[in-house]
Design a protein around this ligand. Sequence first.
Ligand code: CAA
Length: 370
Amino acid sequence: MIRDAARDFAKNELLPGVIERDTHQKFPAEQIKKMGELGFMGMMVSPEYGGGGMDTISYALAMEEISKIDASASVVMSVNNSLVCYGIEKFGNDYHKHKYLVPLATGQKLGAFCLSEPEAGSDATSQRTTAIDQGDYYLLNGTKNWITNGGTADYYLVVAQTDKEKKHKGINVFIVEKGWEGFEIGPKEDKLGIRGSDTHSLNFNDVKVPKENRIGDDGFGFTFAMKTLSGGRIGIASQALGIASGAYELARNYSKVRKAFGTEICNHQAIAFKLADMLTEIEAARYLVWKAAWEKDQGLNYDISGAMAKLKASQVAMNVTVEAVQIHGGNGYVKEYHVERLMRDAKITQIYEGTSEIQKIVISRGLLKD
Ligand code: CAA
């Protein structure tokens, strides 16, 4: 049911205008609003806080369907669900949940997750943004980069160094609201793919953050970021899976109507074998994604399975979209056939929420433990 609902929504509401939004870097504001009304923005949040109370498998299914059509919309959904809502529900207190989680989960407000900095991308412990304890508030200063929903969000989870001496144990995370004095949104990034999503740098100049907006005990911020990102990676793996399966479906359909050498091109083994490889890889990725989602739902540790799912699904997204363009030939290289966009969108899945190289660090450290 959830898969069908997401599929229908994607076809009816996201497909119209997706090329135009990509071309003009237009944020899918109306579509995201509708996704909120349908419950896609807080799928796993408990109904007590306005969410759908669904499991991670359901979320992965919905993410896959939305991403088949519009990966710009799905990254908005992914960040709101698996980074912002999850982080606040899992680690926030009652105040955070009632004030911030409820509007985020119901789609009335949008969230952003602010960890990356000009010099702290993969090397996330090297935070330069500072939050200095001033008694009943922290004074926040610094710059965050490549922030998804950067200009459109209402609430921002901002990671900052509160005690440099303590390194990663002196990092905290805060909920910051748009419009607070000293909080400036930088220019929008002009991106290769996911161009409908809204990516900005953010500047914090002496922003006063009330003490009650810190999540968790003092020094919990880095653990918060790592634990939250483990689940975020399942969301991005599902997105990659959707990009791959969307491109595969387009290529399969095209190969059944496009003729060359007197027959539909799917009758040429060169094309049929490509499709066979594409689907086999997609299925392999899908089971890794579902395994990670299932482990999360079972309360098991999913750090490694989430990293494996993202590593594999993003590789598959890249390979499959390149092949989908190839099967489309010249038509694959122009916008109206969609596959060139999916190929551009695929690339980011190997970069954000931890590059493929970072996933290999997480996996290899895990497998070498004890
Ligand atoms: N859960 C809990 N704690 C964890 C953890 C996890 N999954 N992973 C690491 N930690 C803890 C470690 O135990 C350690 O704590 P102790 O010293 O108390 O044991 C601490 O965190 C530091 O860990 P490491 O020593 O392993 O740190 P490191 O510097 O070697 O690297 C890393 C860790 C895994 C490479 C990490 O820096 C990392 O994940 N980097 C990638 C960051 C990332 O994914 N950024 C994405 C940005 S968000 C985004 O893209 C969102 C978007 O807009 C789409």
